[in-house]
Every structure is written in structure tokens, then in C-alpha cells.
Design a protein around this ligand. Structure first.
Ligand code: FAD
Length: 503
């Protein structure tokens, strides 16, 4: 049997059920990645994420070559390419990992139709998440979204235990594929081909690929004491070394199987007499991922306000100047700006840092739509993920899931709790580095002579605050109260303890 394994996410060989089944069934297997130019029309991908993808494909190719295979990268749209490849390579099986994003569902339906018409067998398996969202809905008492986290956990507890992760399959019986690839342009993409200059990328702190993913997981989780006492609200948004795992980019691209991570965490927990629990534990973090995936898969227009049945309809302002200042880290609030600069240059920011800037953009200060914030995150994050990005923006803007809109993060005092000296600000906004710690979070309040001594005049070398937090916070609270009154939808009470910190 000749088969194609179609890599999209799941850029890995370990715990990849559709790949394992295809390898078992086939004598000849074509590991395929399709570089689809149309992707740019519906998702904005920044330079750092392109680099992560290129590195992940290189790593996959290296591993496949060790098994006498290689990654075949073909340029074009899947629905145009697949019939040609099926014919050329005499394909009778196509395998891929299921994907719940709307664009992917449409893409995959087109391929399924082609396969059915040409009598090509399909293998489709769920492995980007621990659970199939449709199974969750079938087992849920409420039979509808949104789920609450506690209700979600109750549903999961009824679903039986997960089967353990699969090893890398044995490819040794497969025939060589090189002879089929003569005259086929199928080389790995380069950044240059993607129109990215190396200079547009920031420092490469988190290189892409399965090898890096497993290395990072092993290293980060080697401190078992840290794992079993992990409590998300106690981690720091502004430490210079990440206070959480930074496995999100690897999970997003599927370089790391979430099930492998889950089993690893469970194994570590099983050796300890006491460990933190969901929602705050590391297992709890993976379950937040499941929670948002299930809600996203089952809610129409999940990434939009209009037409999204679980989203409060709010009249946000349009203010391109403020949006640009927020995006470029020029709001005049050093804590907010430092986070946005870290995001733009490095592609990853801590979860509570995401809370702070998302709250600032929306209900806290600027009263700009969460959809605008989502697009900026989509561009800059290494881990930008359709379901998780939208789910968390809905949460932070108090548009869905979380409704205690009166709990607003202060762009001044929130960061001080974990970084009173402002080292994080000094790193990402060097022009402020000389300010004494008393003024680093509010440099506009420093007397003129202090600003002069620090060689940074506020309003000249670093912007004055674009809004007065205390004033806009009160105005926005009353707008939020009105918006809630106008929305007939019932509030969902979250039962997660400290809701501000969860997820
Ligand atoms: P850890 O704390 O080490 O957690 C381990 C894993 O659990 C993460 O890698 C992630 O896969 C999952 N996880 C943790 N927290 C959450 C959460 N709140 N929701 C869903 N999954 C979670 N995460 C993304 O992966 N992609 C996104 O596009 C994304 N957008 C976000 C937008 C906003 C406004 C906010 C507030 C959060 C967003 N998150 C997103 C969730 C979360 O911030 C990141 O998953 C987390 O910070 C990644 O760092 P980590 O791997 O060190 O997390």
C-alpha cells in the first residue's frame, strides 16, 4: 500500500496515532507538508513564528532521514495538489491528525471528498488534544457550551482514562521514496523564500522542533519538586527567566504531544505524596487547554464578537492611535510597554503578562475590542493558537467565561508585586534603566531633575501615559455595567477559586 502522511500540526514522530497507523499499513509512505500560500490571507504570521516553523520542519526532516525517509514539502493549495499526488505516487491511503479550527475543517472536508471519490482510504485521529471535543459534549450534562471549568472536569472524570502515548513508529520496513521525487521541487522552505529577513527575527530563545520540545520538557520537568508545587497564580509575569514551562509553542505546532506531557506530569505527581491540583497545577494548565479547545470547537464564530452566542456584545471604541501605541509598546506605562516589547521581539510572554496587557487594551484602560488584541497576539506569538487565543481574549475582556469585570489589573502595582526593582522594565526599555525603583513604574511622576539625571525626559525620550488609568478605569467600569445590563445572556459563575488568576 502507498500512503501519504500529511503533516500540518503534529510536527512530530512520537505519539502521532495517524502516522503510526499509516506506517503499519503501508509499504511506501510519503511524509508530506504542504506550504499553502493562501494561508497568509487568513492568518498573520510574524517573523519569529515563521522561523519556528522552518526550524520544526528541518528537525522533522532530520529525524525522517535517520529512518531513510525525508520530509517532502510541496507548494500549493491542498485541494489542487492532492489529486495530482494521488495519481503520481499511486496513493491508496492518506493519514492526518484531526484539526478543529474552522479553516482546517473546510480544508480537510475538501481532501476527504477527493479521497472518497478516488477510493483512497483515510486515517484521521485526534491527537492535538487529549480528548475529542465532540466526545466531551456527548458526555457533558449540560450538552451545550460554554462549559465551566469545574463542570468540564466533572465531564472528563466520566470519560475514562486516557491511553498512554505511542512511541516513534518503526519505519524499517518502508521502501525508499527517492525515486518518486526526481524532478519534484520538494525542498524545505527557507526564511528567504517566505519573504523573511533574519534581521526581522528576535533572539532565538525557543528554537522549533520535536527534538527541542522533548529536550525542553525533560529539562523543565526534571525538578520534580517544582512540578508538584507548581501553582500558576504564584508564578511571575515579569521574571527574567520564565517562571512557567514555555512548552506552548511546541504544543501549538504539535512538536510535543500533549498526551506525552500529560503522562509525564502524572508520573511525576504519582511519586509525590502531595501535589497542587487543577486549576492551578501543571496538569490543570493542560486541562485549561482542553477546556478552551472544546469550547472553541463547539461554538460558532468563537474568534468574533458578532455571531458568537457566548460573547457579550459590547460597543468597543475604534482608536487606531491607541491600538498602535499598545502594539508597539508606547503607552507610557512601562510595565505594559515592556511586556509588549518582549512579545514583539521574543514571541513569548507569561500568562499573567498576557492578562495585564489584554485587560489594559480592553475593559481596563483603552476600551478597544479584544478582536484587535487577538490579531496582534496572532501575529507575534510563537504559540498563537486559534482556539486558545480567542478563548483567553474572551475571558480577559470579560466577554465570556469570566464576568467579574470590576476586577481590573493595575498597570502600575501589578508588576511591582513580583519585580519591585523593575528589572524586567530595565531589560526591555533600556531608556528607563537609570530610573530609581521608586519611579520606574511611574516615570512621569519623577521630578524633572531625576528625569534629567536618568537621561530620559518623559514626553521626549519615553512617552507620557496615553490615558490616566484611574480616570479611564472608572469610566470603563460604568460602560461595562451598562454593556452587561444590555446583554440578556446569563452570567456564568466560574468556580475556580481566585478567578482573576484563573486560567
Ligand atoms: P504553562 O503554565 O507551563 O502551561 C503548560 C501548558 O498548558 C501551556 O503550554 C499551554 O498549552 C497550556 N495552558 C496554560 N495556560 C493556558 C490557558 N490559559 N489556556 C489554554 N491553555 C493553557 N496560549 C497559547 O498556547 N496560544 C495562544 O494563542 C494563547 N493566547 C492567549 C491570549 C491571552 C489574552 C491570554 C491571557 C492567554 C493566552 N494563552 C495562549 C494561554 C497562556 O497564556 C499560554 O498557554 C501560556 O502562557 C504558555 O506558557 P507556558 O507554556 O509556559 O505555560
Amino acid at each position: 500500500m502507498n500512503g501519504i502522511y500529511w503533516f500540518r500540526k503534529a510536527l512530530r514522530l512520537h505519539d502521532n496515532p495517524a502516522l503510526s497507523e499509516a506506517v503499519e499499513k503501508c509499504e511506501t509512505l510519503f511524509p508530506l507538508f504542504i506550504l499553502d500560500p493562501s494561508i497568509r490571507s487568513f492568518v498573520k504570521v510574524g517573523a519569529n513564528r515563521w522561523r519556528f516553523l522552518v526550524q520544526s520542519l528541518q528537525d522533522l526532516d532530520r529525524s525522517l532521514r535517520e529512518a531513510n525517509l525525508r520530509l517532502i514539502v510541496i507548494r500549493g493549495t491542498p485541494k489542487d495538489l492532492m489529486p495530482k499526488l494521488i495519481d503520481k505516487w499511486k496513493i491508496n491511503l492518506i493519514a492526518y491528525e484531526m484539526d478543529t479550527e474552522p479553516f482546517a475543517i473546510k480544508r480537510d472536508q475538501e481532501i476527504d471528498q477527493i479521497a472518497n471519490k478516488l477510493k483512497v482510504e483515510l486515517i484521521k485521529r485526534v491527537s492535538h488534544t487529549l480528548y475529542d471535543p465532540n466526545d466531551i459534549l456527548r458526555n457533558s450534562a449540560s450538552k451545550s457550551t460554554p462549559f465551566t471549568y469545574q463542570g468540564f472536569l466533572t465531564t472528563l472524570s466520566k470519560m475514562g482514562s486516557l491511553s498512554p502515548p505511542l512511541p516513534v513508529p518503526d519505519f524499517s520496513h518502508l521502501h525508499p521514496i527517492e525515486k518518486y521525487l526526481k524532478n519534484e521541487p520538494c525542498e524545505l522552505p527557507t526564511l528567504e523564500e517566505l519573504g523573511i529577513k533574519e534581521s526581522e527575527c528576535g533572539p532565538c530563545l525557543f528554537p522549533g522542533g520535536e527534538t527541542e520540545a522533548i529536550k525542553r520538557m525533560e529539562q523543565t520537568l526534571s525538578d520534580h519538586k517544582w512540578v508538584v508545587s507548581f501553582a500558576k497564580p504564584n508564578t511571575s509575569p515579569n521574571s527574567l527567566k520564565p517562571s512557567t514551562t514555555v512548552l506552548s509553542p511546541y504544543l501549538k505546532f504539535g512538536c510535543l504531544s500533549c498526551r506525552r506531557l500529560y503522562f509525564k506530569l502524572k508520573e511525576i505527581e504519582s511519586k509525590s505524596s502531595k501535589c497542587t491540583q487543577p486549576p492551578v497545577s501543571l496538569v490543570g494548565q493542560l486541562l485549561w487547554r482542553e477546556f478552551f479547545y472544546a469550547n472553541a470547537a463547539l461554538t460558532p464564530n468563537f474568534d468574533k464578537m458578532v455571531g458568537n452566542p457566548i460573547c457579550k456584545q459590547i460597543e468597543w471604541d475604534k482608536n487606531d492611535e491607541h491600538l498602535k501605541a499598545w502594539k508597539e509598546g508606547r503607552t507610557g506605562y512601562p510595565f505594559i510597554d515592556a511586556i509588549m516589547i518582549q512579545l514583539k521581539t521574543e514571541g513569548w510572554i507569561h500568562h499573567l503578562a498576557r492578562h495585564a496587557v489584554a485587560c489594559f487594551l480592553t475593559r481596563g484602560d483603552l476600551w478597544i475590542s479584544w478582536e484587535d488584541g487577538l490579531k496582534v497576539f496572532e501575529e507575534y506569538l510563537l504559540d498563537a493558537d486559534w482556539s486558545l487565543n480567542a478563548g483567553n481574549w474572551l475571558w480577559l475582556s470579560a466577554s465570556a467565561f469570566f464576568h467579574q469585570y470590576f476586577r481590573v489589573y493595575s498597570p502600575i502595582s501589578f508588576g511591582k508585586k513580583t519585580d519591585p526593582n523593575g528589572d524586567f522594565i530595565r531589560k526591555y526599555i533600556p531608556v528607563l534603566r537609570r530610573f530609581p525603583k521608586e519611579h520606574i513604574y511611574e516615570p512621569w511622576k519623577a521630578p524633572k531633575f531625576v528625569q534629567q539625571n536618568c537621561k530620559c525626559l518623559i514626553g521626549v525620550d519615553y512617552p507620557k501615559p496615553i490615558v490616566d488609568h484611574e480616570t479611564v478605569r472608572k469610566i470603563n467600569l460604568s460602560k461595562m455595567a451598562k454593556a452587561y445590563a444590555n446583554n440578556k445572556a446569563e452570567s456564568i459563575v466560574e468556580e475556580t477559586g481566585d478567578v482573576l488568576m484563573s486560567p
